[in-house]
Design a protein around this ligand. Structure first.
Ligand code: ATP
Length: 303
């Protein structure tokens, strides 16, 4: 059973579609990365899922539920950090969480301490929220979202504005929450940032879903390799293995091999192949960096 499934979800503001026919599926255990530039529609998509705004058309299924009444109940199992929660500047981390614990009727008095530990804010003592760093503020916002033990957590740009240490802390926290069994939908405008935690991605642009892929597929797209065109693939394979010690390669067409070992050595590879009587008619470096790949996917798509 999927945790979240959207089908042809649409939301317009005036004549402009903010979310345009988006269909994605988040499975249990996923850290699902929603990638898109500013204005791509990430926040609107998350607001639709959490019913902060209403869809014009399309379907949402949460924990397998689709009817309005059951969706409302299913949404109680979601925690979200989409808009900054109302946190009180003059209260400490503990006091802010205690306020939400009581407001939500959570009987377990130890829960606040547990959550403070999860987000590494146990040592903030009497420090007031207004004096927190941005990273601490974001982590406290997250603490509010996980207070009620959600099964599914939705986080909108959790690393936005954070310094490098804050980004690492947030990334570690996302991994930890995932290990604790929470399924996550996390947005970012930086693919490489999510690539370190997510197992699936959806790239959206101008409200439309341009690409869905798994982490392995992304790795494959971004793997550095040499594309070698030869007259005899079988013979070239033997030379690669015996004379060049390259074992990580594959045949991609009748005349082309993709070699992942020795990518820094095209001259040596060409020389050895030729020496052994293999005719090399082309050798090219292939494989995008994450950001190049992302730019390629959204390329030609005006904002
Ligand atoms: P950002 O990271 O900048 O928030 P985003 O990917 O989250 O970007 P959205 O905030 O969902 O994008 O915005 C998508 C589009 O919808 C944008 O063109 C935005 O201007 C528009 N939009 C969003 N909310 C509203 C609203 N309440 N009224 C009018 N237009 C809106």
């Amino acid at each position: 059973m999927s945790i979240l499934k959207t089908q042809n979800l649409c939301k317009r503001y005036g004549r402009r579609p903010a979310v345009d026919n988006v269909s994605i599926t988040v499975e249990k255990g996923d850290i699902f990365g929603l990638i898109g530039q500013n204005g791509a529609g990430k926040t609107t998509f998350m607001r639709l899922v959490t019913s902060l705004t209403r869809a014009d058309s399309g379907e949402i299924s949460l924990f397998g539920e689709t009817t309005p009444a059951r969706l409302t109940a299913a949404r109680a199992r979601i925690g979200s950090v989409i808009e900054a929660p109302a946190l009180y500047g003059s209260l400490t981390a503990f006091q802010n969480l205690e306020y939400y614990r009581i407001q939500r009727g959570i009987a377990d008095k130890n829960r606040v301490q547990q959550v403070l530990e999860t987000v590494s804010l146990t040592d903030t003592g009497k420090k007031k929220f207004k004096n927190f760093s941005l990273g601490m503020k974001q982590r406290l916002g997250l603490a509010v979202a996980i207070l009620s033990h959600p099964d599914f957590l939705i986080m909108d740009e959790p690393t936005n504005g954070l310094d490098p240490i804050g980004i690492i802390e947030m990334r570690d926290l996302i991994k930890r929450l995932s290990l604790e069994g929470i399924t996550l939908l996390v947005s970012s405008h930086i693919l490489s940032e999510l690539a370190q935690v997510a197992n699936k991605y959806a790239i959206i642009h101008n409200g439309r879903l341009l690409k869905s892929l798994t982490h392995d597929e992304l790795q494959e797209e971004c793997k550095q390799a040499l594309a070698i065109t030869v007259d005899d693939v079988a013979k070239a394979s033997v030379v690669l293995e015996t004379a060049l010690g390259a074992s990580n390669y594959k045949q991609v067409s009748a005349n082309e091999l993709r070699v992942y070992d020795r990518v820094e050595d095209p001259a040596e590879i060409t020389f050895r192949l030729s020496q052994e009587g293999v005719r090399v008619s082309g050798i090219t470096a292939v494989g995008d960096s994450l950001e190049d790949y992302y730019t390629k996917i959204i390329g030609g798509e005006p904002k």
